[in-house]
Design a protein around this ligand. Structure first.
Ligand SMILES: Nc1ncnc2c1ncn2[C@@H]1O[C@H](COP(=O)(O)OP(=O)(O)OP(=O)(O)O)[C@@H](O)[C@H]1O
Ligand SMILES: [Mg+2]
Length: 396
């Protein structure tokens, strides 16, 4: 009789029923995974809308579908307890697109808020810098472990967003974009190799604390079921695609329309990648990535720059409605006419900061007014108007 049998008989005698794992860890995982809402991709899409996510229909579909598959896969593994070989591998995604277009926001809302996975968004830039003690890529998993309430079982099914992923490109920021030499940044490649190991189903030794001490306790975390999302703006990527097509501009939409005849009017800013532009791993290799690392991402999802209407919707639904509500609670009616909203949105588009720039543009002004008025005046109206590029207001 082996030890497993003894354990079964003597320690868990009441759990012989079908489908209930004897091993306490497996039982724990079964219960936890069972608690994750099994929402359809469509359901997740709509739930995101309710949380204020706007536009990005195509990437939103791709990411919700990936999330659905991820939950389904975990259920097959931990609830239905199907053998691993039968279930197949996890799906990692690479999200690329302009700044402020909702890449990070989507991950946080979907995986963190809706599905409640242990989710970490890690800026990977420091990992490519030399001589920075304590920035071992394995620390990414330390962060996940902390996010999972220091439960390694939960860390195993977490979500890791590798933010600013494009900054790991070994030959970024140098002559390659001018068409000249290739100065290799060894450290960047080193980090990519480390990440490659992490992305592959492997057991990683993870320090339990983010410390520089070499005496820190470690745990082993398997990454078979950790989903990775690489995120980046990938500026300069378009020039690589263009170089491949021998200088001919194709496949990139800009604010002034593109060669395919798409027109964004006043809409999109910066560069919008089309799916066919990002399929070619050779482009990523030229950009400075190990092809085998890029190949670990089952899908590459291009995000478009937010257009005028989406930006307006975000400003209205998210930023302004909350601010109006707060002013109302203070007994102040906040009036922001359409032309002010229009100017703000256009300014944000011009600055190419995406939706991030929206609140900054109006907040600075409203913060000052809030300071002056809150708790001091009630029953008044604060009417905003534009004076050139500046927001002004009068108290009536
Ligand atoms: N599609 C969207 N719907 C609603 N709000 C959005 C959307 N995109 C961006 N925002 C708002 O703008 C902020 C910045 O967006 P986010 O952090 O997702 O940008 P990003 O695409 O990750 O950019 P970067 O490449 O600079 O990291 C969000 O916190 C959110 O408030
Ligand atoms: Mg981001």
């Amino acid at each position: 009789m082996d030890f497993g049998d003894i354990k079964d008989i003597f320690f868990y005698p009441e759990e012989g029923e079908e489908g209930v794992p004897h091993d306490p860890d497996a039982r724990f995982m079964k219960e936890r995974i069972d608690e994750i809402p099994l929402m359809s991709p469509k359901g997740m899409f709509e739930e995101l809308e309710k949380l204020g996510y706007r536009g990005q229909t195509v990437p939103r579909r791709a990411v919700t579908l990936m999330a659905y598959r991820h939950v389904k896969r975990l259920r097959r593994l931990y609830v239905e307890m199907e053998p691993r070989e039968q279930v197949g591998k996890k799906n990692n995604l690479l999200l690329m697109g302009p700044t402020g277009s909702g890449k990070t926001f989507l991950i946080e809302q979907l995986f963190g808020k809706i599905l409640k996975f242990p989710t970490v968004v890690v800026d990977v830039t420091p990992f490519s810098e030399t001589g920075y003690v304590g920035q071992d890529p394995n620390n990414i998993l330390t962060r996940l472990y902390h996010q999972a309430d220091r439960d390694e079982r939960l860390a195993r099914i977490g979500i890791i967003a590798l933010d600013e992923f494009d900054k790991l490109a070994s030959i970024q920021n140098n002559a390659v974009f001018a068409g000249a030499g290739t100065t290799k940044d060894i450290t960047g490649m080193g980090v990519q190799r480390e990440l490659l190991k992490m992305l592959e189903a492997s057991e990683v030794t993870v320090p339990v604390e983010l410390t520089h001490s070499s005496y820190v306790e470690t745990i082993n975390v398997r990454t078979d079921d950790v989903a990775f999302l690489a995120v980046g703006a990938f500026s300069g990527f378009s020039s690589i695609v263009n170089r491949f097509s021998k200088g001919k501009v194709h496949g990139f939409a800009t604010s002034r329309g593109d060669s395919r005849g798409h027109s964004f009017e006043d809409g999109a800013i910066a560069v919008t990648f089309e799916p066919e532009d990002v399929e070619n791993i050779a482009y990523f290799q030229t950009y400075g990535f190990l092809p085998e690392l890029i190949a670990r991402f089952g899908g590459i999802v291009p995000f478009a720059a937010l257009d005028l209407d989406t930006m307006r919707a975000i400003l209205e639904d998210d930023v302004l409605s909350k601010t109006r509500e707060e002013f109302a609670r203070e007994g102040i009616e906040l009036v922001i006419p359409d032309d002010v909203i229009d100017v703000i949105v256009r300014l944000a588009l011009k600055r190419e900061t995406g939706a991030r720039g929206l609140s900054a543009l109006i907040f600075r002004h409203l913060e000052e007014k809030a300071f002056e008025l809150f708790g001091e005046k009630q029953g008044v109206t604060l009417r905003t108007y534009m004076e050139g590029e500046n927001i002004r207001s009068v108290v009536e």
